[in-house]
Write a protein that binds this ligand. Structure first.
Ligand code: MG
Length: 170
């Protein structure tokens, strides 16, 4: 049986992952409104990934005999100041999520919960990838410097992104 403090911290994380999903869906809507369907697709895949993270925590708690309790999701931003602003906010958010995962591991360590520490390793690796992906996009956006041709090509590239469900059996 999972300890109360770990259970509570993971329930908080389910809320945080759901917030992330909802925020990226909001960014997708913003890009759709700008006519940037490739950027919108990238954010929609991001939404699916974050939803899958919430489910991964959900399944883990269930497996450990813990009760999942869902809380209200805070209002997400709906207005942004252009493409770069969206990705700068995304990077700030992912760095924040990394700190949440690190705190979660601290809770598991204090509780001497080795199973949770092992489970959380996946998220540590995932956060390294999340931050790197966003940093790469920001770098490209800075090179393009708002030029129409570059944005058009980037929109086509980001439109290729496909969701791979981390919860699907390999
Ligand atoms: Mg996540």
């Amino acid at each position: 049986m999972i300890k109360k403090e770990v259970l509570e911290a993971i329930n908080e994380q389910i809320n945080a992952e759901t917030y992330s999903a909802y925020m990226y869906l909001s960014m997708s809507a913003y890009f759709e409104d700008m006519g940037l369907s490739g950027f919108a697709n990238w954010m929609k895949v991001q939404y699916q990934e974050e939803s899958a993270h919430a489910i991964k925590f959900f399944n883990y708690l269930t497996e450990r005999g813990g009760r999942v309790t869902l809380k209200a999701v805070s209002q997400v931003p709906v207005d942004f100041d252009g493409i770069v602003d969206v990705f700068e906010k995304t990077l700030v958010h992912e760095i924040h999520v990394t700190s949440l995962i690190n705190n979660l591991i601290e809770v598991a360590i204090k509780a001497n919960d080795h199973a949770s520490q092992s489970f959380l390793k996946w998220f540590i690796d995932e956060q390294v990838e999340e931050e790197a992906n966003v940093e790469k996009i920001l770098q490209t956006l800075k090179l393009i410097n708002g030029q129409g041709n570059g944005i058009f090509m980037m929109d086509r590239e980001l439109g290729q992104r496909v969701f791979v469900d981390p919860n699907a059996a390999a």
